[in-house]
Design a protein around this ligand. Structure first.
Ligand code: URA
Ligand code: CA
Length: 438
């Protein structure tokens, strides 16, 4: 086989065999196929697309390009959850302990933040002492004994994805549904769970700007799951405004704690309940969607999810007192209230702009290796649909450097759209796609 023939075949709209796809991925991983051919291959896929069978073959080849985790020693159905990424998306820190408190084992590998989106691992590191780098034996032991562990995703997991993603990033080939679906699902498959719940974001702050594209991505991933014998459910959810109210690592941990005390923001709480319910449904702990919701809501009201978060923090060396006293989390030096310039209603809170402002304050990374500040960020006080009077607080900036405040204020004001008329409020969950739909 020759890489150039495979590239030409895809360029001309041909359908590749699993062997041809595997040849490309093995060559990329081994370094025997150079970057320029892999990049050309990605561009051919970008323009010609892939069939469902090709996308599944690509996913499996990438999943098998490195280590895979064997979770079979842990009793029960292991359900993993993944979000395609958003702003103020603190769901994992809420959903994972809720689900674990219902006896569903959670063996979760998470990533770090990049660009305008945050990452669970950075958020957890804002808890003093919390270790995200457990060895796989320790990880599996903790899930077996406690029912939950969350650790950083290692580079050994689906290494082909790491290589290919870096090339896609600089060759304008990120925005391709088969490439995104295989990138996400290869890492999920390698991490070893039996079933998946996917939160596919759509809107201004998401990869998928349109509902149609988000639904297609969701269906593609659910179908990859089904073809790999992993039952998968996807929810297509709104990212036209930040999901929760807090953006920034320690600030989001505080918001997760509030949410587990059943005092969190409405939309974040609703998505957490929906995702947790889908997870326990796939785990077989509940028989119907209604029953699953009721069980999850009970754990929120009783504080059982919060107690599980406390145990998770203690087990991984963190200061578990933070769940009762969030002031133990890192605090920024300065806070500054951004005020509404006029009366009216909130029509928009641009998630991309809010995410980028938080990144500029130091909460996120501009490039893969930039350092981050765990204390800083933005806490929103208004969302789409709220009425405001001139001078009301729209958001509070948490900064460690005084000179960052005015730029943050400017971009937060630009993110908020205030108009005199009442706005339409976007739906929160657009669509549910299960293995039966694909
Ligand atoms: N997230 C991923 O992991 N991969 C993509 O290609 C896009 C988003
Ligand atoms: Ca089917």
């Amino acid at each position: 086989m020759h890489a150039v023939d495979i590239i030409r075949k895809k360029r001309d709209g041909g359908i590749l065999t699993a062997e041809e796809i595997q040849y490309m991925i093995e060559g990329a991983t081994a370094g025997s196929i150079p970057d320029y051919q892999i990049a050309a291959f990605c561009m051919a896929v970008y323009f010609q697309g892939m069939t469902s069978n090709e996308t599944t073959a690509l996913t499996l080849a990438m999943a098998q390009s490195g280590k895979t985790l064997d979770l079979s020693a842990i009793p029960g159905v292991k359900v993993d959850k993944h979000s395609t990424g958003g702003v103020a998306d603190t769901t994992t820190l809420v959903v994972a302990p809720l689900v674990a408190s219902l006896g569903v084992p959670v063996a979760k590998m998470s990533g770090r933040g990049l660009g305008h989106t945050g990452g669970t691992i950075d958020k957890l590191e804002s808890i003093p002492g919390f270790r995200v780098d457990l060895e796989s034996e320790e990880f599996i032991r903790q899930v077996t004994n406690l029912g939950i562990s969350i650790i950083g995703q290692t580079a050994q997991l689906a290494p082909a994805d790491g290589l290919i993603y870096a090339l896609r990033d600089v060759t304008a080939t990120v925005e391709s549904i088969p490439l995104i679906a295989s990138s996400i699902m290869s890492k999920k498959l390698a991490a070893g769970a039996d079933a998946f719940v996917l939160d596919v974001k759509t809107g201004k702050g998401a990869f998928m700007k349109t509902l149609d594209d988000a639904v297609e991505l969701a269906k593609t991933m659910v179908s990859i799951g089904a073809k790999s014998n992993r039952t998968t459910t996807a929810l297509v959810t709104d990212m036209n405004q930040p999901l929760g109210m807090a953006v920034g690592n320690a600030l989001e941990v505080r918001e997760a704690i509030l949410t587990l005390q059943n005092q969190g923001p409405k939309r974040l709480t609703a998505i957490c309940i929906a995702l947790a319910a889908e997870m326990i449904l796939l785990a077989g702990v509940a028989d119907t969607q209604e029953e699953a919701r009721e069980q999850v809501e009970k754990q929120l009201q009783s504080g059982a999810g919060l107690r599980m978060l406390e145990k998770l923090i203690a087990a991984q060396g963190g200061d578990s007192k933070v769940v009762h006293d969030p002031t133990l989390l890192p605090q920024a030096k300065f806070t500054f209230a951004v005020k509404a310039p006029a009366d009216g209603y909130i029509h928009g809170v641009d998630p991309m702009q809010i995410g980028v402002s938080a990144m500029r304050l130091g909460a996120g990374r501009e490039t893969k290796d930039s350092p981050i500040n765990l204390a800083v960020g933005i806490v929103l006080e208004r969302e789409i649909g709220n009425p405001v009077k001139q001078g009301d607080t729209l958001a509070v900036v948490h900064a460690d450097r005084e000179e960052h405040i005015s730029e943050a204020e400017r971009s937060i004001l630009a993110a908020f759209e205030i108009r005199p008329d009442k706005p339409e409020i976007p739906p929160l969950i657009y669509k549910r796609i299960t293995s039966d739909d694909v």
